[in-house]
Design a binder for this molecule. Structure first.
Ligand code: CA
Length: 233
């Protein structure tokens, strides 16, 4: 398997250097950009498997970069934020980031999250095309070979989290899960986020999945409890 390529967009060289060093040690290929405009150009030009994205950057901030990457690509994006403010985290997720890490972060945590977020591409290579990995839920198809969801045969442009959330709920159709439970099971590790992370991801998923996201037919809300998948008639 080819080394996975991680693009690090971070203007603080000591942080960039230590992240680069540790990812290289884990077998990743690393590329670095030290300002926003350069980072965006590389993100769209070098076909990375994952982007680590600082927020406060010269020439263009991380949120703007995130938004621009998402217009063209579904590459997993982890936002590195120096601020504790939750508004930053939620904004990053709204703009299509898959994950965020608050600085200062532990390197083990960072590497664990890089691996978890990159799993989508790794999975499809490991599994191969096994028809048992393609499951139909009415007109929604969950394809674990390609880590892809399709609606009426048309692929949905989902991020890793959106895909995993849909897969989790669809495989347990009709069963209601609380935000806390979803955070634990779908995000899959000790997550510092708050439960609004789940709401934001559900909203983004609905925008891509539903005919009318204000009147959802697939991902339904059980008021005061949580969310569940419903197979339309
Ligand atoms: Ca910075």
């Amino acid at each position: 398997m080819d080394a996975k390529k991680v693009l690090i967009i971070e203007d603080e060289k000591p942080i960039s250097d230590i992240v680069k060093f540790n990812l290289s040690k884990e077998g990743f290929e690393t590329l670095t950009a030290y300002d926003g405009a350069e980072g965006l150009e590389m993100a769209l030009g070098v076909d990375p498997d994952l982007v680590l994205l600082d927020v406060m950057l010269p020439t263009m901030d991380g949120f703007e970069i995130c938004r621009k990457i998402r217009e063209k690509s579904n590459v997993p994006i982890i936002i590195l934020t120096a601020k504790e403010e939750e508004v930053d985290k939620v904004l990053g997720l709204e703009l299509g980031a898959d994950d965020y890490i608050t600085k200062p972060f532990g390197l083990r945590e960072l590497i664990a999250r890089v691996k978890a977020n990159i799993r989508r591409t790794g999975m499809s290579e490991i599994i191969g095309a096994d028809p048992a990995n393609v499951r139909d839920f009415g007109n929604i198809t969950i394809d674990l070979n390609r880590y892809e969801a399709r609606k009426n045969g048309v692929p949905l442009e989902l991020t890793l989290r959106e895909f995993e959330l849909l897969k989790y709920l669809a495989e347990r159709e009709g069963k209601v899960y609380s935000r806390e439970q979803l955070l634990e099971d779908v995000w899959g590790y000790e997550y510092y986020g708050d439960i609004r992370t789940v709401d934001v991801t559900v909203r983004r998923l609905r925008e891509k999945l539903e005919d009318d996201s204000s009147d959802p037919k697939y991902i339904l809300t059980k008021r005061g409890v949580g969310y569940y998948f419903h197979r339309p008639e």
